[in-house]
Design a protein around this ligand. Structure first.
Ligand SMILES: [Zn+2]
Ligand SMILES: [Zn+2]
Length: 260
């Protein structure tokens, strides 16, 4: 299983030579986890090859490219693209995005003899099996209904928290993942913006350190920090290092690839 980071920033913009993109991970050639602006870097053929899109939650930084991608490649595909999310998130997407006002409801549009998309609800802890890969929704605590996802190749697992603040239910669940190699966890704000982080239900460095201290996972676990506010990367990573954890969190990078 190959996991490629298409986007992992909390926002967009160019900083120096780097163009920041919002959250999306590509798993092998056919699965996306979230569909933020990072998807726009794929070719049409690469987008048309996506059969499964797992959405963590309905915030626009995680779905910005979804409506546009579907429209761009619907006629290149032979079967519906499946959009997976919690039922509450699917309801929000149908009511507020695929509502014919913001964008057409592609689950009602027939292209090449099938609907362009179909929606499939997922539930925390209930795994889905896709060609030897197991994808299990993880609990998340955020301002809207949200999940993370654990991706298991059989040889190793990568857990992605999605957007979350302190998350009591996550750690016991991850302690049961016996082949956990990588954890991608958000830290959206610096410590000085703690009030805003708590209000918007995100993590900040001192809360991240408290969360990681609750986790009895393997000491060689690779921890990667995502969803950093544009322009705050150095500060947030310095604060994380200053709090000290059993792990040595590194900043996740666009284009980073994990082989599991
Ligand atoms: Zn969010
Ligand atoms: Zn977000």
């Amino acid at each position: 299983m190959r996991v490629e980071v298409l986007g992992c920033s909390g926002g967009i913009g160019r900083i120096g030579g780097q163009v920041l993109q919002t959250t999306s991970l590509r798993v092998d050639h056919d699965i996306l986890i979230d569909a933020g602006t990072g998807v726009a870097g794929l070719t049409l053929a690469e987008m048309a090859a996506i059969d499964h899109v797992f959405i963590t939650h309905s915030h626009v930084d995680h779905i910005a490219a979804l409506p546009l991608m579907i429209d761009s490649v619907a006629e290149m595909r032979q079967a519906p693209m499946t959009i997976y999310a919690e039922a509450a998130t699917l309801e929000i997407l149908r009511e507020h995005v695929f509502n014919w006002a913001i964008w057409p409801d592609f689950s009602e549009i027939t292209v090449c003899k099938s609907m362009a998309i179909r929606f499939q609800p997922v539930a925390v802890g209930a795994p889905l099996y896709l060609g030897g890969r197991t994808i299990t929704p993880l609990p998340a605590v955020h301002a809207v209904p949200a999940v993370g996802y654990c991706l298991d190749s059989g040889a190793g697992s990568l857990a992605f928290t999605g957007d979350t603040t302190a998350n009591d239910a996550l750690w016991p669940m991850l302690e049961h993942v016996d082949n956990l190699r990588h954890l991608i966890i958000e830290t959206a704000f610096p410590d000085s913006e703690q009030a805003l982080a708590l209000r918007s239900k995100h993590l900040y460095p001192s809360l991240l350190a408290k969360e990681l201290a609750r986790f009895a996972g393997p000491a060689d676990l690779a921890v990667h920090i995502s969803h950093i506010k544009p322009g705050q990367a150095e500060r947030i990573m310095r604060e994380i290092a200053g709090h000290g954890t059993r792990f040595s969190p590194q900043m996740l990078q666009d284009g980073q690839i994990f082989e599991l």
